[in-house]
Each structure stands twice: as C-alpha cells, then as structure tokens.
Design a protein around this ligand. Sequence first.
Ligand code: DC
Length: 231
Amino acid sequence: MPTNTSNATVPVLTIDGPSGSGKGTVSRLVAQALGWHYLDSGALYRAIGLAAGWAGIDLSDASALVRCTFGTRVEFVEKDNAEPRVVVNGMDATDVLRTETAGAAASAIAAIPDVRAALTDRQRAFRQAPGLVADGRDMGTVIFPDASPKVFLTASAAERAERRYNQLKGKGVSFTLDGLLREILARDARDANRAVAPLRAAEDAVCIDTTGLGIEEVVQRVLALVSARVD
Ligand code: DC
C-alpha cells in the first residue's frame, strides 16, 4: 500500500455508486488505461468485516471494531492485468470477500462512524503520482472532496441483480435472482440511509446510468471526462 499521505496535487478521479453499478470493473479498466493507481475502498470495508468475523467480534461492538480496523493488514497484490488479489492479514481472501455475506458484514461495519474515521487516512494514502482512481461510496463526498472529475454510476436494481447473478454463476454458491435482488435493495437502503457518509452523488459529480450500457462504453465516457478535466 502507498504510504505518502500529503500528495494533494496528485489527480484523483472518484467513481462512486451502489453495488453492481459496474464501478469496480470500470474503475479498474480506467486506472489501467490511464496508468494510475486504483483504490477499491469496498474491499477495505469487506476485509475489516471479514477480519472482525475471524476474531469473533460482534458487529455492534464499535470499539473492538475500531481496534480491529487499525490492526488489520490489507494488501492489494497486482498480477498482470488481472483483478488484484486481496490479502487480509497474510491470507488471500479475494474469493470470500466477494460473497454477499462479506458484503453484508462490510455494510454493517461501514455504518459505524469511528470505523469510517479509522479508514480515512489509509484511503487517502493511495493518492500517489501519477494519479488515483478511487472507487466506493463516499470517495467524492468525503475522502477526496477535491477530486476532479467525480463520477457517480447507477443502474437499475434489476440489472444490478442480474449482473451479480451472472458473476456468481458457476462459482458453487447457492443463490437465486430474486434473493440477490432482495439483498441488493436491502444493502442500498442501509448504505443510503446511514447517518454517516450515506451513499449519494457529490453535488459536482457526473451521473452515468449504466443500465443497458456495455462496460467499454462506460469506460470511454469516463475517460472522456478525464480528458476534458479542467484543473
Ligand atoms: O463496493 P462494495 O460492494 O465492495 O462495498 C461493500 C460495502 O462497503 C458496501 O455495502 C458499503 C461499504 N462501503 C462504504 O460504506 N464506503 C465505501 N467507500 C466503500 C464501501
């Protein structure tokens, strides 16, 4: 993980939005195209939720969760152009982090203000030259308010559930399309209604509805926004 936290002049592109809006894939491809670093902040929240589970910490015990947040090592290991592996306290947790159970734990701990505060500097440390693509819920509103451009990706809940269904198919997990839709709607509601850093587009964000759009088209639109950026 990058360590320099005082790089305020390094450009940051933020891509926020709900689960399944395509922001993970789009952010990674945009970062690759630009040759910039990539921060998957959702993976950080998922990793802390997972580590808390490993340690048997109750998801309502805020002070134990804060200690766990500071004590959990999360490394993103890049290999070629593949999705980075996420290593939590030395264990490759990439596959387990993608499960709905990990997502639900992440969403629960993400509602705790002290946990969010404990992750702030760690996220800002990813701002390294030549630039950063930061993907999450509050990248443009809280973590990098000076980012430019800011993008907010959305897609209908039905399409997001279908994308998730296609991602999970053949991975040996048991699920139904209806079940995934219910989980997505429940997580959206929890993320949007929490008191701290709720999921919402920054006032200066460009919203792109990806319903019916291919990934490549969205990537091109985002790259065009970066090219048109006014510093
Ligand atoms: O993007 P994701 O599905 O991997 O995120 C998992 C959960 O983490 C999501 O329900 C909300 C939370 N999260 C957050 O609150 N703030 C972020 N910047 C990223 C994720």
